[in-house]
Write a protein that binds this ligand. Structure first.
Ligand code: BTN
Length: 316
């Protein structure tokens, strides 16, 4: 980890840290500490130096930083943190195409063109959400690719529950709900090796509404945030780390499919009357089950159908 990230972590956990203490702890000169603090200031962190006390972090301490995320990680990931971008998925796809390695994570404070499924926009105001795209190269066959999204939904659901202490549900196929409103959406885009029948790369875009309680008129009844539901301002850095920890054994867990038990238990769709949009068709059905391919089994007037994709709505 870079010295500046270590210093940032120290500043986040203590009110004041002395330059001398930091120099001793990290085996560097006072001048190196001063330079690292300057780097952090150049990145936008407000760091005050107080005589006889040391450095103190002011302003927004909930900024997303590599150092703070790494503190909570169990394994190695590389990061690109952007102040703003159109869409972290677009950025990560470019990295994938240019050959960037497995386990690269792109996170931004604000998206100007956040993308949802079916060409919809994803509301991504500055500083409130965790807007993250995970570039991975899972060792799985093309036919397992659709499972990436359901696996991620479980990873996100567990992370939110752990940090917020509040139960969440999953609406097939990839939305995470808290108290009946959407708290997270997932958009997976992938490139395939057609010769080998394998996944070349997957970019898993995860958008979680973490902070803030105000939503635009058109979203008020359908979307919510962790803060709005629980009153907690949880750290987006801790949440990012927890989600990544839950994703770390992706290839293996997708192959053994054990996560599907949790996926089904958390489903807020099974057993409900639903409205299905499937391509250009719209019909009503009863959701019966989710099968081993994460497909939704529904009962319609015309008999039982297996849905591999599509969109469902439920009356909650
Ligand atoms: C949906 O709800 O339909 C999916 C939303 C996915 C949003 C995330 S935010 C990070 C990543 N970048 C994007 O442009 N989209 C995904």
């Amino acid at each position: 980890m870079a010295l500046k990230d270590d210093i940032l972590s120290e500043l986040m956990i203590s009110s004041f840290v002395s330059g001398e203490g930091l120099a001793e702890k990290y085996y560097v000169s006072r001048n190196s500490i001063w330079k690292a603090v300057k780097q952090l200031r150049d990145e936008g962190f407000e760091i005050e130096a107080v005589t006889n006390k040391g450095y103190c972090l002011k302003g927004d301490i909930n900024k997303i930083t590599v150092g703070a995320i790494k503190k909570g990680l169990r394994s190695e990931w590389s990061f690109e943190i952007l102040p703003e971008t159109d869409s972290t998925n677009n950025y990560a796809k470019e990295l994938a195409i240019s050959g960037k390695r497995n386990r690269t994570v792109v996170i931004t404070e604000k998206q100007n063109g956040g993308k949802g499924r079916l060409g919809r926009p994803f509301y991504s105001p500055e500083g409130n959400g965790l807007y993250m795209s995970v570039l991975c190269r899972p060792e799985i066959n093309v036919d397992c690719a659709p499972l990436i999204t359901s696996f991620t939904a479980v990873a996100v659901a567990k992370a939110i529950e752990k940090l917020s202490g509040q139960d969440v549900n999953i609406k097939w196929v990839n939305d995470v709900y808290m108290n009946g409103k959407k708290i997270c959406g997932i958009l997976t885009e992938a490139g395939f090796d057609f010769e080998g029948g394998t996944v070349d790369y997957a970019v898993i875009g995860i958008g979680i509404n973490v902070l803030g309680t105000d939503f635009p008129e058109e979203l008020i009844n359908i979307a919510t945030s962790i803060e709005k539901e629980t009153g907690l301002k949880i750290s987006r850095n801790d949440l990012a780390a927890e989600v990544l920890n839950n994703l770390e054994n992706m290839s293996c867990e997708i192959k053994n499919k054990k996560y599907l038990d949790t996926y089904c238990k958390k489903s807020n769709v099974i057993g409900k009357r639903i409205k299905v949009t499937y391509g250009s068709q719209v019909f009503y059905a009863e959701a019966l089950d989710i099968n081993e391919n994460a497909a939704l089994i529904v009962k319609t007037e015309d008999g039982i159908k297996t849905l591999n994709s599509g969109e469902v709505s439920i009356k909650l």
